[in-house]
Ligand binder design. Sequence first.
Ligand code: F6P
Length: 357
Amino acid sequence: MKRIGFLTSGGDCQSLNATMRGVAKTLYQIYSDIEIYGILEGYKGLIYGNYKLLKPKDFSGILTEGGTIIGTSRQPFKHMREPDENGLDKVSAMKSNYKAWKLDCLVILGGNGTHKTANLLREEGCNVVTLPKTIDNDIWGTDITFGFQSAVDIATNAIDCIHTTAASHGRVFIVEVMGHKVGWLTLHAGIAGGADIILLPEIPYDIKSVVKALEKRTKEGKRFSILAVAEGAISKEDAALSKKELKAKRKETPYPSISYKLGQEIQERTGQEVRITVPGHTQRGGEPCPYDRVISSRLGAAAARLIEKEQYGYMVGFRDGEIVPVPLEDVAGKLKMVDPDSTIIKEAKGLGICFGD
Ligand code: F6P
């Protein structure tokens, strides 16, 4: 009898269910005698012993269903070694539930923080296989994460919708795109949506360059401009501050988000009317796009094969079109950022897109 635990952790995305389905369907083909346990609400379920036995029918009809059938939660890695409010040692609790449930392997689907805890569990002797989930596409060791492409589609659609209204009114529009500390989602949606200016955390912007690009468009007779701005975008002057100084500055002049600061500056410096759109969590919602369904099914199938080979301690990654196992210790604690000197940035600049640098 094989006993496998599934766990989804951190922010959700559209393709979690599709990925679990991929793992489960392949496992059911490999083993006639297998039990799959859904550990509820991420690491919280592993700590506090909440799970449910999943049956083959639970994986039917979920290829197109966003969210996660077993729930998720954020359990920050930095607090994992701290006891909870009742003095419970979380790491010991996770290990003891893993043992009590007689699991052969934990299949963990998550982003960066999730991978740090997965690696910790590996170091503590648990068998772990992970899958790279996030709309941010910032997991080291894989070219693509599932959820990313679905989010690109939604963010692009937001920019597409803005285009017509921006053109009618002749305004400057800022579309703020998710992505946490990285700019992959903004870069791809910005190019796909034909944004005139793209601002990323990896390329701190100079407001003067942004204004210059806007004024150039006005001189050319363009009645509107669209900026795709990453939620983590930062000005050159703010990027030069220490973490402490930046925190103090943001406390002094608080804005709901970077777009509002930028919007005010643009309006003051150009006299143009600015509007801000924040698609927010819609970017994580709805059904996975077909590309994600394929990636999720392939990564899921590969995870099942790692379990079959008892090859534990790996994330299933996707590099140069191939599925590859990536050692967890290599993945944990690293961030995959946009390289400002990469060809995609050069190509985008060649198209006339301003990055504010
Ligand atoms: O990591 C995915 C993500 O959607 C980021 O893009 C965003 O910064 C963050 O999660 C939002 O987190 P929460 O859902 O906890 O507000």
